[in-house]
Design a protein around this ligand. Structure first.
Ligand code: GLU
Length: 428
């Protein structure tokens, strides 16, 4: 986002165009799917703690709802742009289609930095965003969820505002709610666990025991922390994580060759996934530049922070030892880097498959809300595992049968399903 030369929406459209060619899609379908169906720009006035009013800009983009209500998170970020939200909305459509859940794609964003906002000010942004958009959101047309720097508390404020505006209880309006307030057990863990379900299956395919592997992560937020938890449970060893340092406005990598200790690092991490560098040093971690995570001699790289992180500039630093890249973040690999990775012997687990655990569990949350009956955590995680493993198998099968790159295989399945839904509805 900070890099002005990088336009994620152009990247998303280029990815779509190349798959449209592979699928030989008719022109009308291309014209429909390479743009978003609807987008909204809003201004949100918030009375700040100092008494002044500050106006925040926000967006909601609905890419496609042929397969069901549009679905996707809302991000809070100081560098948010409409083109980032457009790209992310399109990626949500493909993500829901590749895991075969009956939902379309959307994304929202507000330009703000929650690091510098009180809880009351954040509540004002959440409620204001919903007030501006309430006519265009709803359980049957567009369902928001958490994303970068938003959490279950934000979701509950949004739900409360929506229900107040509508004058009725509508728990299916939003997912990622707190457990006990319409949220699903396992939702917090779901994205990170989904990444590792994919890694586990890819390792099976490559015939490598997880206990023989090491990994390096970019990011130490919700996705990375739960991915590390599950990866460690299957006996993998994480030797490096990198994250943003709010105070120094840069990122650092933290390395321990014997393996990081998740709980120890969580004990010195803020709520946005920022690790205290002095305390980490005290605990025996080597503190390295932010980019060091990518050049580690590991078997698995897991970018789980933001988009555009593996680029033409740093792709050459990826060690020959790396066998799997699992994209916990959305859009972390730029197209030039992707071309290089495709040429190497690396099993790419693309974002639309690798991080689909979150939205899959959001779908389970909707199902549970509709029944008003909530499952045990084991049941949620078991169903999640089945759904993600089935999606992995379909992508892997497509990859092998057509001898194509795994990202292309996932896209062929996803775009094919969405195009089919548009045709069946008589749209194209
Ligand atoms: N924000 C998550 C994603 O990018 C989850 C979206 C959702 O649950 O709707 O997939």
């Amino acid at each position: 986002m900070a890099d002005k030369s990088f336009n994620p929406f152009e990247m998303a459209q280029a990815q779509f165009d190349s798959v449209a060619d592979m699928l030989d899609l008719e022109q009308g379908t291309r014209d429909l799917l390479r743009f978003n169906q609807r987008e909204f720009h809003v201004s949100i006035p918030v009375r700040m703690d100092d008494g002044n009013v500050q106006v925040f800009r926000g967006f909601r983009v609905q890419h496609n709802d042929a397969r069901g209500p549009a679905k996707g998170g809302i991000r809070f970020h100081p560098m948010e742009t409409i083109d980032t939200v457009r790209a992310l909305a399109m990626w949500m459509t493909w993500k829901c289609a590749v895991v075969d859940i009956p939902l379309g794609g959307a994304k929202g964003g507000v330009i703000c930095d929650p690091h510098n906002l009180s809880q009351r000010e954040q509540e004002g942004i959440c409620r204001g965003w919903v007030r501006q958009l309430s006519k265009n959101l709803g359980p049957l047309n567009d369902v928001p969820a958490p994303d970068v720097m938003t959490n279950p508390q934000h979701m509950l404020w949004m739900l409360d505002e929506y229900e107040a505006v509508r004058g009725e209880k509508l728990p299916g309006f939003i997912t990622g709610k707190p457990v006990g307030m319409g949220g699903s057990l396992g939702r917090t863990e779901a994205t990170g666990y989904g990444v590792i379900f994919n890694v586990r299956e890819a390792l099976k395919e490559l015939d490598i025991p997880p206990a023989d592997t090491t990994a390096s992560f970019q990011g130490f937020g919700n996705v990375a922390q739960y991915a590390i938890e599950l990866y460690t449970q299957i006996w993998g060893k994480v030797i490096c994580v990198s994250c943003w340092d709010q105070q120094d406005q840069t990122s650092y990598s933290f390395r321990k060759s014997g393996g990081i200790d998740l709980e120890e690092l969580q004990g010195i991490t803020d709520r946005f996934g920022g690790i205290d560098k002095d305390k980490a040093e005290g605990l025996g971690y080597e503190v390295l530049p932010g980019d060091a995570w990518i050049e580690q001699d590991v078997d698995i790289l897991i970018p789980a922070a933001l988009e555009n992180q593996i680029t033409g500039d740093n792709v050459g630093k990826i060690s020959d030892k790396v066998k799997i890249i699992a994209e916990g973040a959305n859009g972390p690999t730029a197209p030039e880097a992707d071309k290089e990775i495709a040429k190497r012997d690396i099993f790419m687990l693309p974002d639309l498959l690798a991080n689909a655990g979150g939205v899959t569990c959001s779908y389970f949350e909707q199902v549970q809300c509709n029944m008003n009956y909530f499952w045990e955590k084991d049941e949620v995680i078991g169903k999640l595992d089945t759904q993600i493993t089935n999606a992995f198998e379909a992508v892997n099968e497509m990859r092998k049968s057509k001898d194509i790159y795994a990202r292309d295989a996932a896209y062929v399945i996803a775009v094919g399903r969405v195009a089919e839904a548009c045709r069946e509805r008589g749209w194209v």
